[in-house]
Design a binder for this molecule. Structure first.
Ligand SMILES: Cc1cc2nc3c(=O)[nH]c(=O)nc-3n(C[C@H](O)[C@H](O)[C@H](O)COP(=O)(O)OP(=O)(O)OC[C@H]3O[C@@H](n4cnc5c(N)ncnc54)[C@H](O)[C@@H]3O)c2cc1C
Length: 357
């Protein structure tokens, strides 16, 4: 009788491979749903902990709201505040974004959006008073956002939370230990196994066929007496004031590379971008590189393997992972636990036809 109870408990357990933003978010969803789970993470992270963690509802190139902003925003504030309470650590810090317009056309588009009620939660006019070191000939507008997530702190406190509860194991996923026909991994039978491997997902034996790209990004960390501490600046690059009193300048894009070394090319590029709108003085104290898991159609990858049922993927969070993860971890957990339908734009079924009949 005792053994039967044990078997039942194990049957209800869910395995999550990868403890970055995707894995952490899904694990919280599982925990909130009262489900047992284990996260297996290799212990090195090159995206979630490197990210600037900015939450920006606007796409400046076209001056429109980002995809699904109206659904993502209410969910993300609720989700991150809830996590802060669970892990007993604040990591979401309030900052607005000052967008420095680069052309008169951009300013015109912005003013049109200001007259559109559906943009009221996201943008407001900016003070016309500008610091003398800032080149803002075409003016600026303010983006209203919950701010930024201290990404290094986010990863650290969430790992600590799950490790303390015995819900996280430091190990590499080993395909030889998986019997996918009955979802048995390392001698334990799971109800579901979800791969949340970030850019490493490209090498996944089950989901490697999906069009995941590896997009390197680099960020400088600087000290400065000029930059303001309450506002993120954005034009060709961003300047993000951190809680630690430093500023992050980013970010670059380099496609299809897994080289994690910071480069002089990226450093020069960021310095030139900054110099195009700012004469503020600063001192570089650090440079970091990471790799974003991006997708050719710019939508996340969620769903169940077409043949190996019970194997799931949560990946492709791209350049705006901190905005997407709260909403889509909720959707994926309901798919895994209750069979609910996924948004067709993110469901990996959109790529089935090319690879599976
Ligand atoms: C420079 C830069 C700036 C960014 N800025 C922002 C920003 O301002 N705002 C924003 O929203 N997003 C930003 N992002 C994007 C954001 O970081 C990503 O969307 C998000 O962190 C991806 O999370 P993930 O969990 O999918 O991947 P990852 O963070 O890469 O996590 C994957 C985890 O899986 C583990 N893993 C992988 N394979 C295995 C395996 N086989 N076995 C065990 N463990 C494994 C790894 O150890 C890792 O911890 C930025 C990214 C970069 C690089």
């Amino acid at each position: 009788m005792k053994d039967q109870n044990k078997l039942f408990t194990l049957d209800e357990k869910h395995l999550i491979i990868g403890g970055g933003l995707a894995g952490i978010s899904l694990a919280h969803r599982m925990e909130d749903a009262g489900k047992d789970f284990l996260i297996v993470d290799s212990g090195v992270n090159h995206s979630t902990s490197i990210a600037a963690g900015m939450i920006n509802p606007m796409v400046f190139r076209t001056m429109v709201k980002t995809w699904k902003a109206d659904e993502l925003f209410p969910e993300l504030i609720k989700f991150y505040r809830h996590l802060e309470l669970k892990v007993k650590q604040n990591f979401l810090f309030n900052r607005s974004i000052k967008r420095i317009f680069s052309t008169a056309h951009e300013r015109k588009l912005w003013n049109e959006r200001l007259n559109d009620d559906s943009y009221a939660p996201y943008i407001s006019p900016s003070s016309p008073i500008m610091p003398e070191w800032l080149d803002a000939n075409f003016g600026a507008g303010t983006v209203l956002t919950p701010g930024y997530i201290d990404s290094e702190l986010f990863l650290r406190c969430n790992h600590h939370y799950f490790q303390t509860k015995g819900k996280m194991q430091k190990a590499d996923f080993n395909g030889l230990k998986l019997d996918e026909s009955n979802l048995n991994y390392d001698g334990i039978k799971y109800k579901s196994i979800t791969f949340c491997e970030g850019y490493k997902g490209k090498d996944n034996p089950y989901f490697g066929y999906l069009p995941l790209q590896q997009t390197k990004g680099e960020i400088l960390e600087v000290t400065s007496n000029d930059f303001q501490k309450t506002e993120i600046l954005n034009r060709k690059c961003f300047v993000l004031p951190t809680e630690a009193g430093t500023f992050k300048i980013g970010a670059t894009f380099a496609w299809n590379t897994t080289n994690l070394s910071p480069t002089i090319t990226a450093k020069t590029e960021l310095q030139e971008q900054l110099a195009s709108f700012s004469k503020a003085s600063y001192t570089i104290i650090n440079q970091q590189a990471g790799i974003r898991p991006t997708v050719t159609d710019r939508r996340p990858l969620l769903g169940e393997h077409p043949i190996h049922r019970g194997l799931f993927i949560f990946n492709g969070l791209g350049t705006k992972g901190y905005m997407l993860a709260p909403y889509f971890s909720g959707q994926l957990s309901r798919r895994i636990l209750h069979g609910e339908t996924l948004d067709s734009e993110v469901d990996i079924k959109r790529f089935y036809s090319k690879h599976y009949k």
